[in-house]
Ligand binder design. Structure first.
Ligand code: RB5
Length: 143
């Protein structure tokens, strides 16, 4: 599995922890930055990660900012991107099963490291159920 990941300054530290966690599991990670804590604009990093998903360079994307809200708003502007801001394990599983989300957004100032890593694992390991959800996703694409 190939995962592209990006963050702004608010999400940088959690991004580094998520990257180590994914590499430990043998997951192929593309780090799209930012690479430090200097202030940057989150849409620049959302664009890099969502383009990797759109172009199928990566299977899935992970975006982290302070709240995860800005990243999710920006990511969902991109065609074919279904970005889910997740702060609990139930939603992490449900959004893969029902929404076939292809980008996970996390809020580093909201969600602690332990829970964030559990959310990442749950999201990556859940699978889209298809069926009745296909039609709903098609309707999203038509919007
Ligand atoms: C940056 O200060 C902060 O606004 C950003 O990380 C994010 O929370 C935006 O939604």
């Amino acid at each position: 599995m190939k995962v592209s990941i990006g963050a702004d300054h608010g999400g940088f530290e959690l991004k580094e922890k998520v990257i180590s966690h994914l590499i430990d599991q043998g997951i192929d990670v593309t780090d799209q930055g930012t690479y430090g804590t200097d202030s940057v604009d989150f849409p620049d990093y959302s664009k890099k990660v969502t383009e990797n998903v759109q172009n199928k360079i990566s299977d899935l994307g992970i975006l982290i900012c302070g709240t995860g809200i800005g990243m999710s708003i920006a990511a969902n502007k991109q065609k074919g991107i279904r970005a889910a801001l997740v702060g609990d394990v139930f939603s992490a599983k449900a959004t893969r099963k029902h929404n076939n989300s292809n980008v996970l957004c996390l809020g580093a100032r909201v969600t602690g490291e332990g829970l964030a890593l559990m959310i990442v694992d749950t999201w990556l390991n859940a699978e889209f159920e298809g069926g009745r959800h296909e039609n709903r996703i098609a309707k999203i694409e038509e919007l």
